[in-house]
Design a protein around this ligand. Structure first.
Ligand SMILES: NC(=O)C1=CN([C@@H]2O[C@H](COP(=O)(O)OP(=O)(O)OC[C@H]3O[C@@H](n4cnc5c(N)ncnc54)[C@H](OP(=O)(O)O)[C@@H]3O)[C@@H](O)[C@H]2O)C=CC1
Ligand SMILES: O=C1O[C@H](COP(=O)(O)O)[C@@H](O)[C@H](O)[C@H]1O
Length: 510
């Protein structure tokens, strides 16, 4: 197990939603699991006028997000956790009170023995990331003379390739790349990490993992919820920036990457960058028209409940063309994947919440049982990222009796059968990794830029071309029917069942 040094976590944006909803509950779980070092403090920082006590009440004592995490309901245990939390009010101007902040960090470090090791977690609006990094550097808080200093940066990392590059350059002025941890919470999910293990810890999949055996790859990321209270943010972002550029391209990179020479952070990330750089960038309008689809959910009624259309959501422009559904077909220009189409879709207000990767295998070269009921391309490997995490292999078996009638069968594995213990939530795992100085599951500067390089032309085309349609789809259906045209010749998008276990297996086809 890696060592966790004594340290302090300074959270900028401590009065915000992410701190209360994700960061503090993750820290509490780490505390319950005895993963925090002996000497550990959290210093919350923002402009709101709060005392240490107010902050503790807000994110621990009165927090609705912590309730479900509390297994040891002993009040004294919870108090001991709360006592590790402190708060510093930066006043109305974030860039002035940094001298006080330095003194506070110094005093807390001395009082609690955190060894000069500090993680700065930026959970503020992204426009402040570079300013905060500069202000920290002005106070010498980026220097590693006594203890290490690390900077965790929340998403979104940039709005385009140019802004991501500018942000990287800005942060690199004050912090070294080895100090910067760009968070992508999908990389903290066990099942996303398991993509690496499935591929590279087994000898049964990798020999088939290429253009010789794989016909196409389909990735679905669906949410049943809408934009909730984040309409203002989402309307400027859209599904492509919000989910595809980061989380889904991270999944793609793990599916397509070459075997790394080892499991170290740079060994894995070097391969991911190479993978992202091999995505074929769509440059001309015809390609962009034929391979991308955007859509928006419209008002509908589900089980008697009225669901608002996207344009009626709070914070959303009533004439908005921002996509809540994006489907992209693309190719990967390298030896392994030449001519294999990839289909990736992400959307809100779908029939269910599900994320899965489906590897569709080619038919056997010579089909002996072609009249038997087995369809072409019936071999599939389904990797269920969430929920009902697991892996399903679909293959043909002989129906008992005369002749050769074939049925499809499922061979399945469920994470739930494996894990009795607490499975770390993504933020828990990622925070612990950063505390231990392991950046494997964090995105490197060149990775983020390579992903933007692929996404930028699609965004430009959607924004600048008046002929691009934003289709409508009723909340609660699998997106616009036009999306099936993208996948034409292959039938249609897979319809993921809510539970992997319910996936049709033994069904007679003929
Ligand atoms: N919430 C979520 O589920 C997710 C959030 N993120 C990212 O995390 C970051 C924080 O998100 P979230 O907590 O939801 O945002 P909130 O708006 O809830 O909180 C933002 C925080 O930043 C501070 N802040 C806001 N505006 C300013 C300003 N102009 N100057 C200085 N400080 C400001 C606020 O504190 P105060 O006003 O007291 O200064 C508050 O503590 C964002 O980058 C977001 O994209 C990423 C994934 C999911
Ligand atoms: O980053 C984001 O992710 C969530 C979906 O995360 P999940 O872990 O629940 O799958 C998404 O709702 C949000 O819009 C996006 O910003």
């Amino acid at each position: 197990m890696n060592k966790t040094d004594n340290q302090m976590l300074v959270i900028f944006g401590a009065s915000g939603d992410l701190t209360a909803r994700k960061l503090v509950p993750a820290l509490f779980n780490l505390y319950q699991g005895r993963h925090l070092p002996e000497n550990f403090t959290v210093l919350g920082v923002s402009r709101s006028d709060l005392t240490d006590d107010d902050f503790r009440k807000k994110v621990v004592g009165q927090s609705k997000y912590l309730e479900e995490n509390i297994k040891e309901s002993d009040a004294a245990f919870i108090d001991r956790f709360a006592e590790k939390l402190f708060y510093e009010d930066l006043g109305k101007e974030y860039d002035t009170s940094y001298e006080n902040l330095r003194k506070r960090i110094f005093d807390l470090d001395k009082a609690h023995g955190t060894g000069g090791n500090v993680i700065f977690y930026l959970s503020t609006p992204p426009s402040l990331y570079e300013i905060i990094a500069k202000n920290l550097a002005d106070q010498g808080l980026n220097e590693e003379k006594r203890g290490w200093k690390r900077l965790i940066v929340e998403k979104p990392f940039g709005y385009s390739l140019a802004s991501a590059k500018a942000l990287n350059e800005g942060l690199h002025r004050y912090f070294k790349e080895s100090q910067i941890y760009r968070i992508d919470h999908y990389l903290g999910k066990e099942t996303v990490q398991n993509l690496l293990v499935t591929r590279f810890a087994n000898s049964i999949f990798e020999p088939l993992w290429n253009r010789n055996y794989i016909h196409h790859v389909e990735i679905t990321n669906a949410e049943s919820g809408g934009v909730e209270k984040r309409g203002g943010y989402y309307d400027k972002s859209g599904a492509l920036r919000d989910m595809f550029q980061n989380h889904l391209l991270q999944i793609v990179s793990l599916v397509i990457m070459e075997p790394p020479i080892g499991a170290g952070p740079d060994e894995i990330r070097n391969e991911k960058v190479k993978a992202l750089k091999s995505l074929r960038i769509m440059r001309d309008d015809e390609t962009l028209h034929n391979n991308t689809i955007k859509a928006q959910y419209i008002a509908s009624v589900i089980n008697g409940e009225k669901i608002k259309g996207y344009r009626d959501e709070e914070g959303v422009d009533p004439e908005s063309n921002t996509e809540t559904y994006a489907a992209i077909k693309f190719f990967v220009d390298n030896w392994r994947w030449a001519d294999v189409p990839f289909y990736v879709r992400t959307a809100k207000r779908m029939p269910t919440k599900v994320t899965e990767v489906v590897i569709h295998f080619k038919s056997p070269h010579h089909q002996i049982f072609k009249d038997s009921g087995m369809n072409n391309k019936d071999n599939k490997l389904i990797i269920r990222i969430q929920p009902d995490e697991g892996i399903l292999i679909k293959f043909g078996v002989k129906v008992p009796g005369q002749g050769f009638k074939v049925e499809r069968a499922n061979l399945d594995f469920y994470y739930s059968s494996l894990v009795e213990n607490h499975v770390m939530e993504a933020y828990e795992r990622l925070l612990l990794d950063a505390m231990q100085g392991d950046a494997t599951l964090y995105a490197r500067a060149d990775e983020v830029e390579a992903a933007w390089e692929f996404v930028d032309p699609i965004l430009d085309y959607w924004k600048n071309n008046k002929d691009v349609k934003t289709y409508g789809y009723s909340a609660g259906v699998w997106g616009p029917t036009n999306a099936d045209e993208l996948i034409e010749g292959l039938g249609m998008w897979r319809n993921p069942s809510e539970n992997l276990a319910d996936d049709p297996g033994f069904c007679v086809i003929c």
